[in-house]
Write a protein that binds this ligand. Structure first.
Ligand SMILES: [Zn+2]
Length: 308
């Protein structure tokens, strides 16, 4: 699918199916995870497995596959001693996804993931800007159809910096942010909490609605809520829709990180249950639906069948 077709479908109130998580799936099919770069190093060490994960999402009916570049932002690669490979690994992430898209009979677009992985919230703007700009350029030059800025677990200042770095690219730009519930005030916050019920660690940053008002001054492309406990997804989308006129979407996580691996909660949440949740996100206005960590091909297949 060319980006123009995605754009047309979204304009006509259609639904676009995004893929699920990459890192979790790679872990599941036996790819070793790197201490510093998590699933990022698989692009070089296990390219066949990365392609296999992309292919599984194509077979599940995804319209978009996301290159495995979430965990290879230049800032992180430098931190872990891989500075000389920044260009090669990020470009290869795009090339692997492109080769899967091109050999498919379906119309698939490739998103380049530009991320705050590793820098999260700990760096100042002057340190963040060069790294964000560098990854944007590499992914664009390598042939990404569009970019998703994945600002998971980042405070508003970092999200703003990331968006500003994307303003001069020629590619379409989507933004994803994560959201958590402040139990004390019952307010949604920009934040991070994989599972509220299991009470995994949480980080709460800025008020969610206030953040949307700030972001929309500099970004008018799709805004997606990602890596967020799906139990608060409908509420978060409703709040986003109420405060943002652009296209919105959802790709929550399912399960939570239970050291040293991800707990996928497969017993608790079946693909059809995931699909039922997704229907409520569509009702809340989401037009782009997929999954983040813990959401694999079966859950994506359930929503893509529902869409048809
Ligand atoms: Zn995730």
């Amino acid at each position: 699918m060319s980006y123009k077709e995605i754009e047309d479908r979204l304009k006509n109130n259609g639904i676009i199916i995004l893929d699920g998580g990459i890192g979790g799936e790679l872990q599941k099919i036996g790819a070793p995870m790197d201490k510093g770069l998590w699933a990022g190093k698989c692009t070089i060490d296990n390219p066949e497995l990365v392609k296999k994960v992309h292919e599984s999402y194509v077979s599940s009916g995804a319209d978009i596959i996301t290159a495995n570049t979430y965990a290879t932002p230049p800032i992180s690669m430098r931190e872990h001693g891989y500075s000389e490979f920044i260009n090669e690994w990020n470009a290869k992430g795009i090339k692997l996804a492109k080769s899967v898209a091109e050999s498919s009979k379906q119309n698939i677009s490739v998103a380049g993931s530009v991320s705050t992985y590793g820098s999260w919230d700990k760096l100042s703007e002057d340190k963040l800007i060069p790294g964000f700009k560098e990854q944007i350029k590499i992914l664009s030059d390598a042939g990404a159809d569009f970019l998703i800025l994945e600002a998971m677990s980042s405070a508003l200042k970092t999200v703003e910096t990331l968006v500003k770095c994307s303003l001069d690219t020629n590619l379409p730009v989507w933004l994803s942010i994560s959201c958590a519930l402040d139990k004390k005030t019952d307010k949604l916050m920009l934040g991070y909490q994989e599972s509220i019920e299991k009470n995994t660690k949480s980080f709460l940053y800025n008020n969610f609605t206030d953040s949307i008002h700030t972001i929309k001054k500099i970004h008018n492309g799709p805004i997606l809520i990602a890596h967020t406990d799906m139990t608060i997804m409908k509420r978060a989308l409703t709040e986003l829709k109420h405060n943002y006129d652009g296209i919105i979407g959802a790709y929550p996580n399912v399960g939570y990180f239970e050291k040293p691996t991800w707990n996928f909660m497969e017993e608790e949440i079946s693909p059809s249950q995931y699909c039922n949740e997704a229907k409520s996100w569509i009702d809340a206005g989401a037009q782009i639906i997929g999954g983040c960590c813990g959401v694999g091909p079966k859950r994506i297949e359930a929503i893509s069948k529902y869409k048809l």
